[in-house]
Structure formats: structure tokens, C-alpha cells
Design a protein around this ligand. Structure first.
Ligand code: FAD
Ligand code: 2HG
Ligand code: ZN
Length: 467
């Protein structure tokens, strides 16, 4: 260990090798995984990353790549063996180029997502990836998890926002794929292998990201409805009335909202809690705000008349809109205060979301009377966060966690029944590594293993994650 430490220090400088107080790196955001790394190393350049990886390859030292450490599936956390080295890209925070004609931005992997949104805005452009962890997650982590968030409906997942990558391979070689090309049919598109690979195939060090014109106006609305089916009817209706101007369409259950207002009493719901379901939506336009608001008011007025929605609050300005979004952004944290729920991040064909909720609710209630599903998520793109809180009468948080496998089986079997996926956006990491074996075909898993073995024959890059 001290040999390795000395060799690492020779590459990155002694102050960038952490040997104690690993808490910020070794534990995940939810405090579900507590790893024991050998060391944490913080390189400042791609050459330093490459030299570190080369040394790890020579000594067969396992590596855990890490960015902002906000992942929800334990992918960026080491195991408890004390043999794994965390390579953190947190010092690599340069924006190298903003090209407003190519509409791209070339950045280092440690850039914080919010900084990149702000950089794009300074150039009158939009970088649309947006999630509640945006103040601390980093673009290398976003790319490695193929993060989703609240604007996928209009702009796509991270995969659709990445045009080029630079990656340090498990051999220590640097692959420069930093191309800002919208067309490039020159064989296998390697960047897609690394996007969503959760650090199992290499360390992403730079990326070329896609930018969009900045919208001139955004209208936020908070809507009360009778049922998830009505929410999906509303989505169809709004698409007809407002077209692809809908950038976000989030479903929130009354129980989910009540947890936020319970633990964040300073946040006020814009509609009375009497409604069983809510939709929070953003509609953005390149025209001025008055024209957009008039279209949104007309559409929602019609939706009330047709009996699709019960009521709605239309934000009068950006501050009011932001307050509505604060309710949504604190949903994950409010669940931590209530006692950790059992999380599911499922993807269902959009037209089947309401049927899935009915089926999963019924199956869970049968197994666990009084169970409390916290149902919310990005239903505009078919992604539900179907988190399950313990029934108050029969369970406490610690003994609820022991029900993980049974609860997963119920929810994920319901997901499979509707041809869904057990991970829409958070990834597999450690949390779902065993679970995917039940839902992916043996052939698909074997092809994944073959790819892993071809790129990382020594299995040193984030071993034990994903497959
Ligand atoms: P980390 O947690 O550091 O790492 C994530 C994975 O990527 C790990 O497997 C790690 O090994 C790998 N990795 C990290 N950096 C690199 C690199 N440079 N090269 C190769 N591999 C690397 N996720 C969503 O998709 N949508 C949401 O709406 C969303 N909301 C969230 C809200 C909250 C409050 C929280 C806490 C999390 C949320 N997440 C969400 C999950 C998380 O923020 C995302 O997965 C995010 O993309 C992780 O980025 P990170 O920088 O924190 O990555
Ligand atoms: C979100 O959409 C995140 O807020 C986290 O993906 C969801 O708490 C969760 O399970
Ligand atoms: Zn989400």
C-alpha cells in the first residue's frame, strides 16, 4: 500500500492522495453502502488519469471511478475489501470550449452539472440535462449513468446529449473520441459503450455536449387530478394542444407531496391537498411569455371542461414556478426523513403506466396491508419512481429493509408483466446487479460480459458493478 501510495503521489502530488477520512467518497448519498477504499486519488489531467490507470493495470489494483457521488445504486462506492482505489475526477472542472455555431460545449468530466447549465445560459444556449442533484453531480457521472431527469421528454437522456468522449481505457491508453460531429458513420459508435457503463469499461475524462437554443419563456403549471389514468390522458391532450413545447411532465401522488410539506414546512403546495394526484409540468417556447401563457391557459381551461383535470395553478412568474419545482426536488430527501423506502426506478410503456400502478398497488397491498407506495416520476417519458414506504402498523424502517427481496419481486414482476425495465435512469450499480439476472435474457447478459472481457480483460474497472 505504501509503495502504491508513493507511486500515486508521484503522479498527482501528495495532497491529491487521500489515505484517511474517506467518508465523503466511500459512502453513498443515501447512506446505504459503506465502502472501504485503499486510497482515494484525485488526478487533475487526462495524462494523470492514464498514468494512474496504467499503474493499477500493472499491479492489478481494482479501480472505482467517481464523480459527484450522488448515484443511487452504489455504483461509485467501493466494496469493503480495502483493496479498491477510488479515482475521483472532481478536480477536472475546466470548460474547454463553447462553440455557439456548432452548438456544442467541450468539458472535463468533473464539471458540476449546474455549472454547465449556467455556462450554456451565459452563451444564450441551453444544456437541458436537469435533475435534483444538479448542484453536486458531475458530468462524468451523468454520462456514466446515462442520467435522465426532468427534461427527457423534450431533449432526451444524457446519451442523446453527448456527441463525443475522451476515455482512459483499463489498459491506461487514452481514446480520443472528442468529435463534435452530427453525422459520423465510420463503424461502431464506441462512445455509446461508455455512456451508461457505470465506470465498468473506462474512465471518462472529457466530453463534447450538445447545446440547444435557450427558450425565451417557460410556463410552469401544477395540476390536480383524479387518477394516474387522467394524468396520462392529460399528457395526450397537452401534446395535441401544445406540441413539443412540453419540456417536463411529472406525476406526484398526494402521499408523496404530503411527505415534502411535512419535512419541508416552508414549502407550500399551490393547490389544496384534497386532490389524490398532481402533475407538475413545464412548457417552454421561443416566443414571448404572454403568447405562451395564453396558449397554456386555453389548453388547461379546455382540459377542465373535458373533465380531464380537476384544477390547476399557473405560475405567474419564474419565482412562483421555481417554488413549485422545489416541492418536486425535495421528494427524494423527504423520503429519507420518513424512514428509507424501498426504491424502484421503473420504465413502463407510457400508455400502460396507470395499469402498472393499479397492478403494483394491489399486489403490494395484498402482501403488506397498509403499505405506503410513494409514486412519482417522469411519466412523460414512462419513468416512475415507485418507492415503497413501510406499513406503519406492522413494520419499522429497519425491519422493512429486510423485505427488500420480496418487495422487489412484487414490483419488478409487475414491471416485467407490462414489458417494462427495472432501471429507467439510475442504473444497476450494486443495488440491482443480482436483480437484472432475472429480467435480462442469458444471451443479453453474455454479450455484455463478452464486451466487458474484451475491453477490461483483467476486470479492474469497477469490478462487481452492473455484471
Ligand atoms: P457518481 O455517483 O460519482 O457515479 C455514478 C456512476 O458513474 C458510478 O458507477 C461511477 O463509478 C461512475 N462514474 C463516475 N464518474 C465516472 C467517470 N468519469 N468515468 C467513468 N465512470 C464514472 N438520476 C437521474 O437519472 N435522474 C434524476 O432525476 C435523479 N435525481 C436525483 C436526485 C437526488 C436528490 C439524488 C441524490 C440523485 C438523483 N439521481 C438522479 C441520481 C444521480 O444524481 C445520477 O445518477 C447522476 O448522474 C450521478 O452523477 P455523479 O456525478 O454523482 O456520479
Ligand atoms: C428523481 O427523479 C430522482 O427525483 C430520485 O430520480 C428518485 O427518490 C427517487 O427515487
Ligand atoms: Zn428521477
Amino acid at each position: 500500500m505504501s509503495d502504491l501510495k508513493t507511486a500515486f503521489a508521484a503522479i498527482v502530488g501528495e495532497s491529491n492522495v487521500i489515505t484517511g477520512d474517506f467518508a465523503a467518497y466511500a459512502n453513498d448519498w443515501r447512506k446505504k453502502y459503506f465502502g472501504k477504499p485503499l486510497l482515494v486519488v484525485k488526478p487533475g489531467t487526462v495524462e494523470e488519469v492514464a498514468a494512474l490507470v496504467k499503474l493499477c493495470a500493472e499491479t492489478k489494483t481494482p479501480i472505482v471511478p467517481q464523480a459527484g457521488n450522488t448515484g443511487l445504486v452504489g455504483g461509485g462506492v467501493p466494496d469493503e475489501s480495502g483493496t479498491e482505489v477510488i479515482i475521483s475526477v472532481a478536480r477536472m472542472t475546466k470548460v474547454l470550449e463553447v462553440d455557439t455555431i456548432n452548438n456544442t460545449m467541450t468539458v472535463e468530466a468533473g464539471c458540476i452539472l449546474q455549472t454547465l447549465q449556467e455556462t450554456a445560459a451565459e452563451h444564450d444556449r441551453l444544456f437541458p440535462l436537469s435533475l435534483a442533484a444538479e448542484g453536486s453531480c458531475r458530468i462524468g457521472g451523468n454520462i456514466s449513468t446515462n442520467a435522465g431527469g426532468v427534461q427527457v421528454l423534450r431533449y432526451g437522456n444524457t446519451r442523446e446529449l453527448v456527441m463525443g468522449l475522451e476515455v482512459v481505457l483499463p489498459s491506461g491508453e487514452i481514446w480520443n473520441g472528442l468529435r463534435g460531429l452530427r453525422k459520423d458513420n465510420t463503424g461502431y459508435d464506441l462512445k455509446h459503450l461508455f455512456i451508461g457503463a457505470e465506470g465498468t469499461l473506462g474512465i471518462i475524462t472529457k466530453a463534447v455536449l450538445k447545446l440547444f437554443p435557450a427558450p425565451r419563456s417557460t410556463q410552469t403549471v401544477f395540476i390536480g387530478l383524479e387518477s394516474p389514468q387522467k394524468a396520462m390522458d392529460l399528457l395526450g391532450f397537452m401534446k395535441g394542444a401544445l406540441g413539443d413545447r412540453i419540456t417536463a411532465f411529472e406525476l406526484i401522488s398526494d402521499f408523496g407531496l404530503s411527505l415534502v410539506t411535512k419535512y419541508f414546512p416552508q414549502l407550500k403546495a399551490p393547490l389544496p391537498p384534497a386532490f389524490p394526484w398532481f402533475v407538475l409540468s413545464d412548457i417552454a417556447d421561443s416566443r414571448d411569455a404572454a403568447a405562451l401563457t395564453a396558449d397554456v391557459e386555453a389548453a388547461l381551461g379546455e382540459a377542465i371542461e373535458q373533465g380531464i383535470i380537476l384544477d390547476c395553478a399557473i405560475a405567474k412568474n419564474e419565482t412562483e414556478g421555481n417554488r413549485m419545482w422545489e416541492l418536486r426536488e425535495n421528494m427524494t430527501e423527504s423520503q429519507v426523513h420518513e424512514g428509507r423506502s424501498i426504491k424502484h426506478d421503473v420504465s413502463i410503456p407510457i400508455s400502460k403506466i396507470a395499469d402498472f400502478i393499479k397492478a403494483a398497488d394491489a399486489a403490494l397491498e395484498k402482501a403488506y396491508p397498509g403499505v405506503r407506495p410513494i409514486t412519482f416520476g417522469h411519466v412523460g417519458d414512462g419513468n416512475l419512481h415507485y418507492n415503497v414506504a413501510h406499513p406503519l402498523a406492522s413494520f419499522t424502517e429497519p425491519n422493512w429493509t429486510k423485505e427488500l427481496d420480496r418487495v422487489n419481486l412484487i414490483v419488478h414482476d409487475a414491471t416485467a408483466q407490462f414489458n417494462g425495465s427495472i432501471s429507467a435512469e439510475h442504473g444497476i450499480g450494486q443495488l440491482k446487479r443480482e436483480e437484472i439476472k432475472r429480467y435480462k435474457s442469458a444471451l443479453e447478459l453474455q454479450v455484455m460480459k463478452n464486451i466487458k472481457a474484451a475491453i477490461d480483460p483483467q476486470n479492474i474497472m469497477n469490478p462487481g458493478k452492473v455484471i
